[in-house]
Design a protein around this ligand. Structure first.
Ligand SMILES: [Zn+2]
Length: 364
């Protein structure tokens, strides 16, 4: 099966997160790799939520290269599709369906490139096909917690959609809930209560003034903070005893999330309790890194950055801050969209590119 056929097959398997577990897609890839002599293990973080770890050993002088992708997709959305999102049809050079760009094409290209690798004279190779990325990198986080599951890596390629342009970093996501508490009382006697909504309103104004004291990243720009939600009070004639604010912070890799939280807590004071909903740090590999230089030489495209976060937020630190490139055949602009598709020529191109990167690392 070539990469284009495998992409079609994977699109035909519904892996909408969380309603449709990844196991059937994981098993399809695992069977192909096993038949070609790869050591394959499936790990589930919940029933049916299977990730694949496939390895080929090298001589051990150099750490393996790791290729990673995710098997899950986002839901279809409210708008009707003009084609069946699970048919895996090709028309006029485009492969249509949910997950075609994000990122079953990338997974298929990685598997196809892996199947073509026969020799590993300098270093081994690892493939991670992960579950649960779209809801906060759950599959990757599970593997990172499981002793020995990930192994080591000397370089990481994440196959998220970049139109085959190498991406050297992305921002982190720190989503926080800020909660305020009060004391309820009858709305006609507010002096007997403590108003949690008023405390939340003060917190919102403080948040709006927050400036991160850090130089912008030359590629990623400055960190941002958005107040996305506010909720409080149950009925108009009571003093509310609880309110909550949802905060979406996009950090740059030079920031540590623990420090960001500490600074926010200091700014908001003790009447606001912060808890994390999503906590994924940013990733950035310098352009002069030798692995990046190898990739840039092979791809012959200028480096870019992505707006989304990826499994690299978990994997890059789990591998000890390894050099990381995001590179995949899907189209960035089509992620999570109605009528998602992937260009067939890009899939073929990425098999070639992944193969050249792997051979350069593994010495074959
Ligand atoms: Zn993705």
């Amino acid at each position: 099966m070539n990469a284009v056929e495998l992409t079609c097959e994977l699109v035909r398997i519904d892996t909408i997160n969380p309603r449709s577990p990844e196991r059937p897609a994981a098993e399809l890839c695992a069977r192909l790799l096993e038949k070609a002599g790869w050591q394959v293990r499936l790990h589930e973080f919940a029933p049916g939520r299977a990730s694949v770890v496939a390895r080929r050993e090298g001589p051990g002088e150099r750490k393996p290269i790791c290729f990673a992708g995710h098997l899950d997709t986002v839901p279809l959305g409210a708008r009707a599709w003009s084609r069946d999102p699970f048919a895996g049809e090709i028309d006029s050079g485009k492969l249509h369906g949910r997950g075609s760009s994000d990122m079953k094409s990338g997974v298929a290209a990685m598997v196809a490139a892996a199947l073509l690798m026969k020799r590993f004279p300098k270093a081994g190779m690892t493939l991670l096909l992960l579950a649960g990325e779209e809801t906060g990198c759950e599959g990757a986080a599970h593997l990172a917690r499981l002793p020995g599951a990930l192994g080591s890596a000397g370089a990481l390629v994440v196959g998220e959609p970049t139109g085959n342009q190498p991406v050297l970093g992305h921002k982190g996501a720190l989503w926080l809930r800020a909660r305020t508490r009060g004391v309820t009382a009858h709305g006609s006697m507010p002096e007997r209560g403590v108003n949690a909504v008023v405390k939340a309103a003060r917190a919102v104004l403080q948040l709006a003034e927050v400036r991160f004291a850090i130089a912008p990243d030359p590629l990623l720009g400055a960190p941002t903070l958005n107040i996305g939600t506010i909720a409080g009070g149950l009925n108009v004639n009571s003093v509310p005893d609880e309110a909550a604010i949802g905060i979406d912070i996009r950090t740059i890799p030079a920031q540590r999330h623990a420090q960001v939280r500490k600074e926010l807590q200091a700014a908001l004071g003790p009447e606001v309790e912060l808890s994390a909903l999503v906590d994924l740090e940013g990733v950035r590999t310098p352009e002069d890194d030798p692995f990046v230089q190898t990739v840039l030489g092979i791809v012959e495209a200028p480096p870019g950055v992505a707006t989304y976060f990826t499994d690299a937020s978990v994997l890059t630190p789990a591998f000890g801050g390894v050099a990381t490139v995001v590179l995949g055949p899907g189209e960035m602009a089509l992620c999570h969209q109605t009528d998602e598709y992937c260009r067939v020529d890009r899939i073929e191109e990425s098999v070639e590119v992944y193969g050249r990167i792997a051979r350069a690392w593994c010495g074959s």
